[in-house]
Design a protein around this ligand. Sequence first.
Ligand SMILES: C[S@@+](CC[C@H](N)C(=O)[O-])C[C@H]1O[C@@H](n2cnc3c(N)ncnc32)[C@H](O)[C@@H]1O
Length: 684
Amino acid sequence: MLQQENQNQLVSSLSTIHQNEEKSEHHNREHAPTAEEDILLHGAPQLKKRKSNKKKKERKNEWNPKKTPQRDIEKTNKMFEEYYFKQQKVVETEEELNEMLNACRSPLPITFRVNQSIPKQYQEKLKQKIKLFSENIKNIRIDNSATAQFLYKSSTDSEKPSEPEYASLEPVSFIADESIWQMSDAITKELLRKQPELAQFRDFLMRETEKGNLSRQEVVSMLPPLMFTNWKPSDRVLDMCAAPGSKTAQLVELLYQSGGGDSKNITGFVIANDNDVKRAYLLVHQLQRLNFLFPHVIITNHDATKFPQFHTEPKLQFDKILCDIMCSGDGTIRKSPTTWTQWKANMGHGLHKLQVDCVLRAVELLKVGGEIVYSTCALNPVEDEAVVAEVIRRTKGKLVLQDLSSRFPSLKYKPGMTTWTVASKKGVTIPTYEDALKLNLDNRIVESEFPKEDVKSMNIHYTMRILPHQNNTGGFYIAHFKKVGELDEPVVQLCSDTPNEKIKQFKGRNVQKDTIQSMDPEKLNSILDFYGFNKDAFTNEQFCLRMSENSTGTDGVRKVIKVELNLANFINFLVEYQISTESIRENDQSVEAEKITSMQPGGVLVKLKDCEESSHDDIFAIGFKGEHTLSRHVKFEHIPVLLKSIGCTLEPKKKKETKETSSCDVPPVDEDDTVDPKIKGDDE
Ligand SMILES: C[S@@+](CC[C@H](N)C(=O)[O-])C[C@H]1O[C@@H](n2cnc3c(N)ncnc32)[C@H](O)[C@@H]1O
């Protein structure tokens, strides 16, 4: 009775508190864009200004800092503190809370990794070179006079260093092979640019990054791909939310390493998917740096929760799926200090369901025995443990958590929790889902956000939450699943007849204006002959041509290709997009839509480059898969990968040399560190 009264009281006080809470907007904050993403998406703002009157303009390189020192941001947020300490108990003591807050207030150390896509001997040379820099850097006293105020700005100024600080560059301690390196906290990209003694090192970083030998990436963000086990060169890997692609690059590298560091052994591939078309562009830019491994990547543009089942024979099922999901992203607070002012306790509502749906779709696309890694840069259990628990619940024992505790023995982390709370926008705990409904607190709250008794038997402690102060990193949450049996029934409702997914297409490339035409049998024969394809494996109905709106016949196609080939970078893009019959109908192209509908799945369209039909070097391909049309611009050496991706194992007759060896352009250890003329003098 008393308990009931207390409950009523609580509900009534909650009600009062929330009466004035305005309907909160849908938060779907991805990782805050990095300088690199910003530069790729929008161009470097300071460079645009310089362009007209300076000859030597800054190159687009991730080591160029954004000029956005948020020195006026007050790095406190009471609700954030209460939420993670008192409500979620993510940190256990006040002392630990302060440690975490202090870490969150300080900038993230610069980290980078040696790419695994370069041959081992070059990796070793590169590491030697980094070690030499590391020795020299130790003697450099950090001149932070200009930046100290920014670096150590907090609610109090107590963290200001009183002692002189020296620079450092060390391998990350919990990764065994010295492939990941971290600089001292005080060295920001801005300082790296400004302090002359560090210039040589910065030049080295820029040069090697540009060559694809080094990648700047946050340490915790490197961990999810490393959690997959049992890599095989035949692995079919899906990166569901991939942009800007740093983890995709790691996945491809891991695939490559599993083939003994020889790309000829790779028969698998990695599909990098993102539903945001601009960010899919970022993927293209980022992944081109993989050089000879780029053909093993396929870039798609789908909503991950409805990622299509390609109708291949046998059905395409993945061995590994990474769900590095869209999240509220408070684990990135060190690199995006605006989180201090924007953070609200309700940021996970609205994302939770999307996250669950995404992983459930992954389970459906995964083969039995396959693995899923789920990761977020959110510390919020509603986006972490609650998602994991709901996915395990809905898949009825077919998905089991794998213990991550021994993967990196010296990595500090908190095991996943079996209980947590759900809070309103103002940070008030909502006891039950019924209370949320009764009070109409936020219509995005769903029942599975709340912890249930069954969580205790799910091994949630196998998952890991890495807090910023534990290893001097950003915050991250990682879970690793294995599929141990076929699902009893579909767990995701997909409607293939009327795709409710909004089709996004690359603008400015005439994509929407294209129409579809039947393939001329003679042309088809000549193409099949050229590539040595077994003609019996295809029927003419499996092929058709993509035409521009105004073109008729083959000449039109040639014209389009010619125009497209003239666009810079066009042929280097390996981009897929989806056309549905629905979208074609919407564009008043019912005849074309009917043609696609009547097509058999499994076709490949190959367009020849302009009139040089004898060369067949640059081609343009579309694979039709029932309702789904996959299209990409490919180079000759991409063809086997393309065919494999749609379940076709034919090998083209003609093979071109890949540029495997020339991409490993690592300078010898004793090479003089000459300053790259293009970036010399870019400091003012
Ligand atoms: C956390 S970021 C991914 C970071 C990336 N894995 C990396 O390491 O570079 C989340 C990405 O998910 C994408 N995204 C958001 N909603 C999505 C959806 N429904 N389907 C697919 N991608 C989605 C966003 O565009 C964003 O690029």
